[in-house]
Design a protein around this ligand. Structure first.
Ligand SMILES: Cc1cc2nc3c(=O)[nH]c(=O)nc-3n(C[C@H](O)[C@H](O)[C@H](O)COP(=O)(O)OP(=O)(O)OC[C@H]3O[C@@H](n4cnc5c(N)ncnc54)[C@H](O)[C@@H]3O)c2cc1C
Length: 309
C-alpha cells in the first residue's frame, strides 16, 4: 500500500494494516482488510473517505458489520468503520411531530430503545435490529411491519471530497430491503446523518411494545453468530418456508449451518469460512429454484475476495 496514502490516512485516524474482518462482523467471518481505520466523528469519516478518493484507493464503509459476508481473502483497499454516533435532542415541529437528527454511526436499536423509553414513538419496530443508522438507510431496514422509510425525512450524503447533499427520503428509492444506494444511483456515497420524524407517545406503552418485540425475536432467532436473514422473501413465499420445504433445516457445510431454529439464518458454529456460507447459500438457491422455480435473492451483502477457495 502506497506510503504517502498511509501517511495521509494516519493524519486523520489510527490505521491498522491487515486487520481481520472476522473481528468486525456479526458473522465472525472475513479475511484481512489491507487498511482499517475507525472514524469517531463525521469529520474523520469524511477525511478518511476523502483521502481514499484522492489516492484512488477503493474504500468500504462498515457500520456494525451485521449485514455483510466478507470473503476469506479479505478486502482490498481501505475499510472505514463508522462510529460517528452523535444524536441531537429531538426538536418539536409546528405540526406537533419531533425531528431527530442522528449521525450515521449511531446504533439503530439503541436509538429505538432510548426514544421509546422517552415516549417518542415511531422507531419501536427497530429495537432488535443490530446495525448502524447508515446501514439501515442502505437497506431500508425493517421489522414487524415497520421500516425506516416510515420515519425517515432526509439524509445527508457525502458526494465527493467537498460536497454534502441533503436528500429527501423520497429521492432514495427506498423499498423492501433496498434503496438507490443498493441499486446503483447512489452507490459508493457515504451516508453522514439522518433526520427522523417521530411523534409523542406513551412511554409505558412504548416500553411494553419493545419488550413484546424482544420476546418475539428471542423466540424466533438463533443465538449463534449470524448476519440476520440471508435471503429476501420472494413475493410468493417467505424465504424461510422455501428453504424448509427443500429440507435444508440444520444442513451444514463446514462450520456454517442453516439454523435449525430459523431456516433463513445461516449460523457460524465455530470457524465457518465465507466459502462455507456461500456454498450453503448456493445450495439453498439451487434447490429452491429446482423445486419452485423461484429465485432467492441475497439480503446479506457479499464483500471482498476469496469466496471460492
Ligand atoms: C441477529 C440479526 C438480526 C437482524 N434483523 C434484522 C431485521 O429484523 N430487519 C432488517 O432489516 N435487518 C436485520 N438485520 C440485518 C442488519 O442488522 C441490517 O441490515 C442493518 O441495517 C445493517 O447495518 P450495519 O451498520 O450493520 O451495516 P453493515 O453490515 O456494516 O454494512 C452493510 C452495507 O451498508 C453499507 N453502509 C453502512 N453504513 C454506511 C454509511 N454510513 N454510508 C454508506 N454505506 C454504508 C456498507 O458499506 C455495506 O454495503 C439483522 C442482523 C442480525 C445480525
Amino acid at each position: 500500500m502506497n506510503s504517502q496514502f498511509l501517511a495521509e490516512l494516519r493524519k486523520a485516524a489510527t490505521v491498522r494494516l491487515d486487520e481481520p474482518m472476522s473481528d468486525h462482523t456479526t458473522f465472525g467471518i472475513g479475511g484481512p482488510a489491507d487498511a482499517y481505520a475507525i472514524a469517531e466523528s463525521e469529520e474523520q469519516l469524511r477525511a478518511l473517505a476523502d483521502t481514499a478518493h484522492h489516492h484512488a484507493v477503493p474504500f468500504f464503509i462498515l457500520g456494525a458489520g451485521s449485514n455483510v459476508l466478507v470473503g476469506d481473502g479479505g478486502i482490498r483497499g481501505l475499510v472505514i468503520e463508522n462510529r460517528s454516533d452523535r444524536v441531537d435532542q429531538p426538536v418539536s415541529q409546528s405540526n406537533g411531530s419531533l425531528l431527530v437528527r442522528a449521525q450515521s454511526g449511531a446504533s439503530l436499536a439503541g436509538l429505538a430503545r432510548r426514544l421509546s423509553q422517552a415516549g417518542q414513538a415511531g422507531l419501536e419496530w427497530a429495537c432488535g435490529i443490530p446495525g448502524s443508522l447508515g446501514g439501515a438507510v442502505i437497506y431500508n431496514a425493517g421489522a414487524y411491519g415497520g421500516c425506516l422509510a416510515d420515519c425517515l425525512r432526509t439524509v445527508r450524503v457525502a458526494n465527493n471530497s467537498t460536497e454534502v447533499a441533503e436528500l429527501p427520503a423520497s429521492e432514495l428509492a427506498l423499498g423492501y430491503r433496498g434503496s438507490a444506494f443498493t441499486r446503483g444511483v447512489l452507490q459508493g456515497k457515504v451516508v453522514l446523518s439522518v433526520d427522523l420524524i417521530l411523534h409523542e407517545g406513551d412511554p409505558q406503552a412504548l416500553t411494553a411494545r419493545v419488550a413484546e418485540l424482544d420476546a418475539r425475536r428471542q423466540a424466533a432467532q438463533p443465538r449463534e453468530r449470524n448476519a440476520g436473514s440471508v435471503f429476501k422473501n420472494t413475493p410468493e413465499r417467505p424465504a424461510w418456508w422455501l428453504i424448509d420445504q427443500v429440507h435444508l433445516r440444520g444442513h451444514r457445510i463446514g462450520d456454517a449451518q442453516i439454523s435449525p431454529k430459523h431456516t433463513n439464518f445461516i449460523v457460524n458454529c465455530g470457524h465457518a469460512s465465507a466459502s462455507d456460507v456461500k456454498a450453503l447459500m448456493a445450495l439453498a438457491q439451487e434447490k429452491v429454484e429446482e423445486r419452485f422455480g423461484l429465485c432467492l435473492e441475497p439480503e446479506v451483502t457479499l464483500v471482498g475476495e476469496g469466496f471460492d477457495g
